[in-house]
Design a protein around this ligand. Structure first.
Ligand code: SF4
Ligand code: SF4
Length: 459
């Protein structure tokens, strides 16, 4: 039987504690952090909302659309990779939640069903929002984007008014679900020092102190094994009387090798994200319209609701079905049930998900990035018609996209291998790993094919 990898040994791969750096430590402990980033972000959000709802009707003239979909959406998966879920510490929705809570909060406990089914609710919302974006044109329509933001704002206002801490961010927000999955793959990790926490009875990292807030995400650094819900808000760093908190760098994907209690809903989300990346790419291909005409003839309707829903369902079913099929094949070798294999190895797809997500949005960032400047000048009434929005050529973008997909593939392959190795009860590491290696090759080829085809602009 193969010896599982010892997480302690692998911790040697981690960098040292970043809090040993006096500048990082004093910045995070300062009473200005995270407000100094949070409140300017809230101001920018208000400008975006104003533009989306009252600004130019055409997306390519709207500064709010450019900042949201050309800058913010492509940048957040990159932030998750380097800084974990830090975005959620400064997210305007979280800030609104905190402000509402401060003034009119009832601080009721989070309902049990939200705690139990939160990730499934996030899965369903994520699928619904992607579907509605395509059928109602949320991204292409500034007002549609504004309504989406207002809906999320209503959600956090209600949640902040009734429930304790950041109940919405932890249990309902679809961006939070995505960021939770990606933060596991990320390079930043915050944990308590086991030897120090073992003798601690105050738990002020969780409960808060006079100088610090309770952990807004209901995390307890003493027992935390995942970065999925830590937003690096530093409240626990300020609140711990024993200087136990460590902030370390780690190799990307490392947390995914040691998931102790895999959850099928999180594995399902990682497969669904792959399907969503497929659907985003397919609908932006120049070949999409001819495909749509063909589908209309096949199902004998021109209703976009019907034709898109069929395409959407197929795109989501492919990675979920392939993961299910692979898990069934692996179960023949490792004698673990299909469901358990599905839950364990679903996490291995996250690296490829993230690479596909960044690669897809790199097109928007680099081919349309100039739209931020162009629409920004438009705010001051300066005419910019005919100005190019491309920051670099398509050949550079495609090279970067393929490089990302290769890195994502290697990350997923490595993760599948370590999951097989660390959970081997029958010694069948390679027999378990090989079907998943084939799955990663298939998903990678599908991504590569999609990225070789010409894409249409968003703005
Ligand atoms: S992080 Fe600090 S406050 Fe929290 S359990 Fe450990 S020692 Fe106690
Ligand atoms: S664990 Fe610490 S840094 Fe992470 S969300 Fe909770 S209080 Fe903030």
């Amino acid at each position: 039987m193969t010896t599982p990898i010892n997480p302690q040994k692998l911790s040697m791969l981690n960098g040292g504690n970043l809090l040993n750096n006096k500048y990082i430590d004093s910045f995070l402990r300062s009473r200005w952090y995270p407000g100094i980033i949070q409140y300017p972000t809230l101001m920018i959000f208000m400008l975006i909302m104003f533009q989306l709802i009252l600004g130019p009707e055409a997306a390519h003239d709207n500064f709010g659309t450019a900042l949201t979909w050309v800058l913010w959406w492509p940048l957040i998966p990159i932030i998750f990779l380097f800084l974990g879920r830090f975005w959620c510490a400064i997210c305007p929705f979280a800030t609104i939640n905190d402000l509402v809570q401060k003034f009119v909060g009832n601080n009721r406990p989070v309902p049990k069903f939200l705690k139990k089914y939160g990730v499934w609710i996030i899965d369903a919302l994520f699928i619904f929002i992607t579907w509605s974006d395509h059928v109602w044109g949320v991204v292409e329509n500034p007002l549609g984007s504004g309504i989406l933001m207002l809906t999320l704002t209503t959600g956090v206002v209600v949640s902040g008014a009734f429930y304790e801490r950041r109940a919405f961010c932890r249990n309902v927000c679809f961006i939070g679900g995505l960021s939770g999955n990606y933060a596991r793959n990320g390079m930043l990790s915050l944990r308590g020092t086991p030897e120090i926490c073992a003798t601690c009875t105050v738990a002020s990292c969780y409960k808060g102190t006079d100088q610090s807030m309770p952990c807004p995400m209901f995390e307890f650094p003493k027992t935390m094994t995942s970065s999925a819900n830590c937003v690096i808000c530093a409240e626990c760093i300020k609140g711990c009387p024993n200087n136990s908190i460590q902030l370390t760098l780690r190799p990307p994907t490392k947390e995914l090798w040691f998931i102790r209690k895999p959850k099928i809903e999180e594995a399902f989300l990682s497969a669904v994200i792959m399907g969503i990346v497929f659907v985003q790419n397919v609908t932006m291909l120049e070949a999409w319209n001819p495909m749509l005409r063909w589908l209309e003839e096949l199902v004998n309707t021109t209703s976009y609701y019907v034709t898109f829903s069929i395409t959407f369902l197929i795109a989501l079913s492919i990675p979920v079905g392939l993961l299910g099929l692979t898990s069934w094949i692996a179960s023949k070798f490792n004698k673990v049930s299909l469901v358990e294999n599905f839950a364990r190895f679903g996490y291995a797809i996250i690296a490829l998900d993230m690479a596909g997500h960044i690669a897809h949005n790199l097109f928007h960032l680099l081919a349309e990035g100039g739209a931020i400047y162009v629409t920004g000048l438009g705010l001051f009434g300066l005419a910019t018609h005919g100005m190019s929005t491309a920051l670099v050529g398509m050949d550079v973008i495609q090279f970067l996209q393929f490089a990302l997909i290769v890195l994502g593939f290697l990350g997923s392959l490595l993760t599948a291998y370590y999951i097989a190795k660390n959970n081997s009860v029958s010694g069948k590491v390679w027999a378990t790993f090989i079907p998943y290696a084939v799955l990663m090759v298939v998903l990678t080829i599908m991504n590569v094919v999609l990225f070789t085809l010409p894409m249409a602009m968003r703005m």
